[in-house]
Design a protein around this ligand. Sequence first.
Ligand SMILES: Nc1ncnc2c1ncn2[C@@H]1O[C@H](COP(=O)(O)OP(=O)(O)OP(=O)(O)O)[C@@H](O)[C@H]1O
Length: 835
Amino acid sequence: MDDDLVLNIVTDGNLSLKSGSGKKGGRWTERLKVKRTLKRKSRPEDKPTRATPVSKTSENDRPSKKARIDNTQTKTTPDVPVAQPNSSKQARGAQPAQLALPSRPTQIISSLFSYNPKVEAPAPRPVEAPKIIEPSNAPLDSSTFSGLGLNPLLISHLSTKMDIQKPTAIQRASLPVLLSTLPSKTSRDVFLQSQTGSGKTFSYLLPIIQDLLPLSSLSYIDRSIGTLAIIIAPTRELAKQISDVLEAILKMRLRAEDASTSSPDTSTQLTRWLVSGLLVGGATRTHEKARLRKGVPILVSTPGRLLDHLQNTSSFNVGKCRWLVLDEADQLMELGFEETITGIIQGLDGRRRMAKQAMEEGRTNEVGGWDWERRRKTVLCSATIREDVQKLAGTALSNPLMVKATEVDKDNKDDKLSSNPEKSLVIGSTTETFTPPSQLSQKYVTVPLKLRLVALVALLRKLVAETQVRRGAKIIVFLSCTDSVDFHWNLLGGSAMDGPEPEASSGDSEDDSDDNDEDKGAKSTPNAHPEKVEAQCSLLPDVTIYRLHGSLPNNLRLAALKGFTGAQGKNKPVQEMSSILFCTSVASRGLDLPLVRAVIQYDLPTEGGATEYVHRVGRTARAGKGGEAWAFVAPSEVEWVKWVEGKMQGEEKNENSRVSLTGVSVEELLRSGFGGGRGSEYEQRATEVQLAFERWVLQNKENALLSRKAFLSYMRAYATHPSSEKHIFHIRNLHMGHLAKAFALRDAPKSVKVARAPTQKKHEVKAKSHRTSNKPKADGDKEWDRDHSGDAEKRMQAIVRAQGRLTKQGGVMASTGASEFQISGGYDLEKLVGR
Ligand SMILES: Nc1ncnc2c1ncn2[C@@H]1O[C@H](COP(=O)(O)OP(=O)(O)OP(=O)(O)O)[C@@H](O)[C@H]1O
């Protein structure tokens, strides 16, 4: 028997020591070690107790003794009787004699509540009268759409059909500029910058529609005029969302209800030629070409697909295009679309020149009278003015005006904007800070690694319970990688408190690694329900759980979003449906998911730092509504709180506008999630939940693989925090054994080594030093590493970046992964390779 096993087993004081003391042979040091161990075990005061927290939280602080878990043994917790797993090793009868287990063996599992690093209690919140915080992105009472010059047909439609009564600050600032009837040659491009959820979409859609609407009174204008406005969005989801809003506006009545009105805008008979179209790939090219040939006056598209049609679809009539909108510019840049956009602008210019020339030379059947002098107006929208966004603005915009909600707000008070729109508009503010809406309540909880999973469940239960009484709760949980999303979604959807007894080992034991891969299912699909995105969880009754990430096919991604927002509610109204979305950062930008009550950053952003944090929390507290943001912070990451507050605060020293996160203790959270009860009752309930999760992982090899994969991908994602954040997020600060608990594993998977970029390898080597075993890597792990060496999300971004580069350079693409990520379809890449 291995000495380590004896040393690390927490035993019952009544256990017989006899059999273990009879060790014969081996070196004398080993014999002495065994003797001492057994002696220690016989002293009751040496038994580890639950209330033995080990202190310190600083960088290299690790619990002085790790509660090693041995999944080859049967084990017990101090409090909770546990179902008996049939680990394969145990099934082979390797240990019982030496351990002299009680006749009805119970399982020993390291307690969730012992050996955690001490976490400093959050500073007590000062008791002060509740402040009334003015929402910073809400519609304004002081302004009306008609005062801004919006067409009465649009105003009436917004008000009666879309419940939009007053403009938001960015709409009040931008509409006068974008609706302005300045001479066409002097009209300027616009950079729209405003907080998340402040209504940027209406800010450009309304002016576009108002501009094109008068054409509807010309009898000879129909769809064959081609595309007059193009809106580019970085992802399919976003493009679809914009297209839905556009369609909703275009359903407007084309005649005022009171047709007797004297307004020329409302009395003229308008034709319904103004329709929208969506180009995002996925549909067959022939089908898309047919739609373009018919004519799509307002087009919403992702960049790659648009460039493809500009280069290859001759019937794409876009020579008269008057508007180009680049939405979510910061994400367009992050995904490497800069060169694609340059290509699009060149393509549009080229088509315009050709169309004009054809007209001048009489080579076209089109009717004359088009204002060819009018230049195309480009609008760039972004929540941030980062350097790369400014770079894009420099390329795409000509002589731009910057419209910012706050600055123009100040000016509006003096009534200056309407008379001189350019006065307050400056480009290139360098002291820019990016803050969430003021009414958003931001909280953080410092959670020891072992408690992460149960703390997440507790928080979800708390948030659901708080809102379910009155209305449905919609909660978004951000995770760092696709594997982790799949695991958590499957785990919550699959585990049951009274779940079945496990049938197989977790796949972490030595025995598994000796097995043939095919036998143990290592090659089976790791995702238990590859075609599903919807699940129910017994711990969260009446709540539907969805998942969303870049590796899901497009139809499932859209189904997840639709389901989450409640569009599929059967018996209940949308606002009463409770749902939770587990997702990666793919859902962090631009998506407007109505009624989101809370955003949980279970994993803090690995890329994008504070900006990404603000984008993610911006999925709630939209358009002046309330919302909560929760961040899970590990004990070694506490410095992050001050760091992110500082980033959001910027150079602003005004105490009244302080951006701060409120600390909540993990005990308080667990109590509220698992029922207050007396004393530490919540600990017992949390432990039961943890055990139910661990049983689920032990239940079959597929679950075990999901869990291990998620653990390893999490580690890889963690290692990608930029070097400027390494003082907060360093892999060496993570206790592997404790982290394993957060993936319902009873021990850390044996390998985190993956063939990756050199910088990452460095971290992985360090991570390896924390492994509980130095034994050679199991074959199964090698196989796994080879097959899953990259996090899907990262690969997606790399492919998209490469695509952006290749568009311009005509380089060679080694792999065509686009279809895997459904970004722009394999065809685009094949074509690029061919060029
Ligand atoms: N004037 C308004 N009154 C009420 N609600 C509005 C108004 N304008 C927009 N909204 C709503 O506000 C929400 C956010 O709008 P939108 O998605 O355009 O924000 P955004 O500024 O683009 O946010 P992000 O930067 O996160 O993409 C939407 O649900 C929209 O319907």
